[in-house]
Every structure is written in structure tokens, then in C-alpha cells.
Ligand binder design. Structure first.
Ligand SMILES: Cc1cc2nc3c(=O)[nH]c(=O)nc-3n(C[C@H](O)[C@H](O)[C@H](O)COP(=O)(O)OP(=O)(O)OC[C@H]3O[C@@H](n4cnc5c(N)ncnc54)[C@H](O)[C@@H]3O)c2cc1C
Length: 478
């Protein structure tokens, strides 16, 4: 190890305690949990994994790294899907894990807010809010492992966006350690504050490239009196879009989830997880999962759902439907939806896209892009599902049946990405709806992002992190 690195490590050990600075010096220490991404596609090598326990320690770590010129990769639960939270292979980057900072600092019932540290696991925050009689509505399949800091740094979406918005919409204030090691105290619980540029919104979604989020003030909502889930079979994607419009009309703010699932996606769950008993999928090209959260009562929610589904049947939008009779049944239906990525992984390696398109144009986009891909790569299989309520599709591409998936990925990934992203651009969509850019999409961004926007982003990065120490190469390429 060179002298400056040894000096930096000594300083970091002094700052956070030797037990919280993990390095390869000790051959018994396995750093793969911090060095490898969730999909196991990227394997980096860190100079050290540093685990501070307070904002003051984070600030001291960032200052020490800045003085030594060592770049920093902030990390939460490491569940990100765009390779943004793991170090590169150089062995010179410091992984800054926030997971020891997991305290709920304050709960303000009258203001409907809670102030929490960045390393709090999302599911624990949902539980904390519920115990206090409130709902914290951010919800995604990784909620048992991901951190609120990571959720904010990626502006995570999930299944409730149609009603409550993205992570950005659920955050009122932030505490951030800047690239210079200063602490910005922006933990405001204010819903109105027009005193200049919105720094909070700048840091949210910046994927660790502008500052390290150490705490946040989050919005809380009243717990719904009832939450009902329905599963419907639909003849076309156009019908799904029409059903979404009808659901908005009938349920209003009660519509808290609207997920679409293509037949092939559900067939993979049926094949690899037969114990889950997927309903209605065999005779229909699409199924939809709807959630109605009601502030009155279960009877009211059920009556609303019945009226909605009756109208949908009359209009030919739905051919069959089931409404969950119990919470356990509702969870089972959601579990099927959330098992699609795992079923897909069981089927083999695949090419993932997290895209958004204006909802009204999704049927045309899918018809055109499905046909294009099948023409260009005969036998290719399309796993199409996602948060239709937000215009967000997970438009994934699986190798032809029986083919060598690894070879398919090596040979076709670049071509498939170009075909899909060009189609997204033609439909005025986004190549990253909710997962972010990371390093996986950083090279694509210059092709698809407005050049003026890209220039402004570079100017912001230059102003906030002039030495490019925070998560270099992520979001923006040099
Ligand atoms: C099974 C599964 C399902 C998923 N479903 C969804 C979904 O429905 N919607 C969705 O949006 N995402 C989803 N994701 C992606 C992922 O869970 C989210 O991106 C999540 O917000 C990441 O949180 P994390 O704590 O794991 O962050 P990490 O993976 O550790 O980091 C993600 C990014 O944020 C940065 N970062 C992390 N913490 C901080 C911090 N405190 N300050 C500054 N930067 C930081 C990192 O540098 C990195 O760039 C899913 C992932 C999995 C594995």
C-alpha cells in the first residue's frame, strides 16, 4: 500500500474506530457484500469500506478523503440496479456505508413528518410510521434491505407512486454532507419555503454524485381504513390504459396501485414458482393488479371496486376479475407481481429496461417495439410488466427459448438497448424511470438527454464537486 493511502486509512480509523474501517489487509475480511452489485454483474475492489455512525463522522470522513484526493462511493442497502453503489476495480475508492446511521430522530404527529437517518431500512420506517398510527407510503420489493438514503439518492418509485409520488414527493428536508465535508442543515418540515433554489431537489436523485445524504424529514399520511386489492384479466394493453382512466374516475385518491403484467411474465412465475398459484393468466394477454385504499371502511372500498369492475366488464375492458377477500390474499397477489424479477432470473440472464412513456402512448410503443425486436432477433421473448399507473414499464428482453443466455447477452445487449432506447426517444419517454443512471446507463445519457440539460447538469456537478470525488463516472461520464 502506498504512503498516502496508509495515512488516509489511519485517519479514517481514528475518525470512526478501527472496527468500522474494513480493508483487504485482513485476508479474513470478506468485502464482497459492499463490492458487488445486487445483480452480481459488477465486482469492484475498494480501498476501504468505512462505516461512520454519525453526521459528524461522515463529514470528517469526507474531509479526510477530499484532502487525500480519494474518491468516495456512498452506499446504502446496495440494492440499486444500475451499478451506482459499488466501487470500481482500481482499489483506490472508499465505500462510505451509511447503514450504521439508522436512528429515527423525531416524529411530529401534528406536522405529519418524521425525521430519520439515511441508513434506516425502508421497511423499518414503514413499521415505525404504522406503530405511530401513520402511513409512510414508499413501497418497493427491496424494502427489507434498501435504505431511505439510497431511496432518496435514486428518487425511488415503487408501487404507490400513482397516489403518493416518488421518494422526492415524500421528502420535505435533507441533511447533506457536501463534497468539501461541510454539513448542510436542511432538515425542514416546511411544506412551503420559497427562499431560493431548491437544494433538496438537487440532491434527491443525484445518486451520490453531489453530496452524501445523512438524514431526511419525510411526509406521513393517515393510515387508510381499508386496503383492497383486485386482479383483472384484460384483452389488450389499450384496455389496461382505459381501465386506468376508469379507476382514476371511480376511486379518485383511493387508487394507490395499478400494475400491469404481460402473459409471458406471469407464465415465468407459474413455471418457476408454481406454489404461488397465479390467477387468470392462461387465457389472457394481460393482467392488472389494482389497489384501492379507502379512508371510510372496507364495505365502502368493496362497493367502489364492484362498481368500477362492473363498468369495466360492460365496456369490455375486463374479461374476468377477482377481489381479494382478506389481507393474506391481497399479499399473495402482490407477492406474485413482486416475484416476476426473480422468476425471470430463474429463467436465465436477461436484458432489463426501466423506461417511462406517456401512459396514453404505451400500447403503441409496445406494439411497435415488440414487433421490431421480434423482427430483428427472431425468437426473442419479451417480459413486460410494471407500474402502468405511472407510465413506467420494466420492458425486459429474454433470450430465445433454449438458447445460450450468456452468449445472447454478449452478442445482443448493445443492439437491443439501442433499439429499445431509440424507440423510447421516438415516444418522448425516459430511458430510466425509477432506477437511475449509475454507471450502467451513464454512456447512454449523452445520446438521449437534452444537450442543454446535460450541460446544466455538468455545471452543477462542477460547482458542487469540482474535484469529482463523489461517485465519479456515475450519472455523468467525463
Ligand atoms: C428486488 C428489487 C426490487 C426493486 N424495486 C424497485 C422499485 O420498484 N422502484 C425503484 O425505484 N427501485 C427499485 N429497486 C432498486 C433499488 O432498490 C432502489 O434504487 C433503492 O432506492 C436503492 O436503495 P439502497 O439503499 O439499496 O441504495 P444503494 O443501492 O446502496 O445506492 C443506490 C445509489 O444511491 C447512492 N446512495 C446510497 N445512499 C446514499 C446516501 N446516503 N447519500 C448519497 N447517495 C447515496 C449510491 O451511491 C448509489 O448511486 C429494486 C431493487 C431490487 C433488488
Amino acid at each position: 500500500m502506498n504512503a498516502p493511502h496508509a495515512e488516509l486509512l489511519a485517519q479514517l480509523r481514528q475518525t470512526v474506530g478501527a472496527a468500522h474501517v474494513l480493508t483487504h489487509d485482513d485476508p479474513a475480511t470478506d468485502l464482497s457484500a459492499w463490492e458487488q452489485d445486487w445483480r452480481k454483474r459488477a465486482h469492484g475492489r475498494a480501498l476501504a469500506v468505512v462505516r461512520p455512525g454519525s453526521t459528524a463522522e461522515v463529514a470528517a470522513v469526507v474531509s479526510a478523503c477530499a484532502a487525500a484526493g480519494a474518491s468516495i462511493v456512498p452506499q446504502g442497502g446496495n440494492t440499486g440496479l444500475v451499478v451506482g453503489s459499488v466501487p470500481d476495480a482500481s482499489g483506490t475508492q472508499v465505500v462510505l456505508s451509511l447503514m450504521r446511521m439508522n436512528t429515527v430522530r423525531a416524529m411530529d404527529a401534528a406536522n405529519l413528518t418524521m425525521t430519520v437517518e439515511a441508513g434506516c431500512i425502508l421497511q423499518n420506517l414503514q413499521d415505525t410510521a404504522e406503530k405511530a398510527g401513520f402511513l409512510f407510503p414508499l413501497s418497493l420489493a427491496a424494502e427489507g434491505s434498501c435504505s431511505i438514503g439510497g431511496n432518496l439518492a435514486t428518487n425511488a418509485g415503487g408501487t404507490q407512486v400513482v397516489r403518493y409520488g416518488n421518494a422526492r414527493d415524500l421528502c420535505l428536508g435533507l441533511e447533506v454532507v457536501t463534497a468539501q465535508g461541510e454539513v448542510w442543515q436542511g432538515l425542514s418540515g416546511l411544506r412551503k419555503d420559497n427562499t431560493g433554489y431548491d437544494l433538496r431537489d438537487l440532491f434527491i436523485g443525484s445518486e451520490g454524485t453531489l453530496g452524501v445524504i445523512t438524514a431526511a424529514t419525510l411526509k406521513l399520511y393517515p393510515l387508510p381504513a381499508a386496503q383492497l386489492t383486485a386482479w383483472a384479466a384484460l384483452p389488450t394493453l389499450d384496455a389496461a390504459v382505459a381501465l386506468l382512466g376508469l379507476a382514476h374516475q371511480h376511486l379518485g385518491a383511493g387508487l394507490t396501485g395499478f400494475e400491469v403484467m404481460g402473459q409471458f411474465a406471469l407464465s415465468l412465475v407459474d413455471k418457476h414458482m408454481p406454489q404461488l398459484r397465479v390467477p387468470l393468466w392462461k387465457d389472457t394477454p394481460y393482467c392488472v393488479l389494482l389497489e384501492n385504499s379507502d379512508s371510510e371502511s372496507e364495505d365502502h372500498a368493496r362497493a367502489q371496486f364492484e362498481r368500477l369492475l362492473e363498468t369495466a366488464f360492460e365496456q369490455g375492458l375486463v374479461t374476468d376479475a377477482v377481489v381479494a377477500e382478506s389481507l393474506a390474499q391481497a399479499h399473495a397477489l402482490w407477492h406474485i407481481r413482486e416475484s416476476i424479477p426473480l422468476a425471470q432470473a430463474e429463467e436465465g440472464l436477461n436484458i432489463k429496461h426501466d423506461i417511462s412513456i406517456p401512459v396514453s402512448r404505451i400500447p403503441a410503443f409496445c406494439a411497435e417495439t415488440d414487433a421490431l425486436l421480434q423482427r430483428e432477433i427472431p425468437g426473442v421473448r419479451l417480459v413486460n410488466f410494471g407500474h402502468l399507473g405511472d407510465g413506467n414499464l420494466h420492458y425486459n428482453v429474454q433470450a430465445p427459448e433454449g438458447g445460450d443466455a450468456k452468449k445472447f447477452l454478449n452478442e445482443q445487449e448493445t443492439r437491443v438497448n439501442t433499439l429499445v432506447f431509440d424507440a423510447v426517444a421516438r415516444y418522448h419517454g425516459s430511458i430510466s424511470a425509477e432506477h437511475g443512471v449509475g454507471s450502467l446507463k451513464a454512456d447512454h445519457l449523452p445520446h438521449y438527454k437534452d444537450p442543454v440539460a446535460l450541460g446544466l447538469m455538468r455545471a452543477v456537478k462542477q460547482a458542487l464537486d469540482p474535484h469529482n470525488l463523489l461517485n465519479p463516472g456515475r450519472v455523468l461520464t467525463p
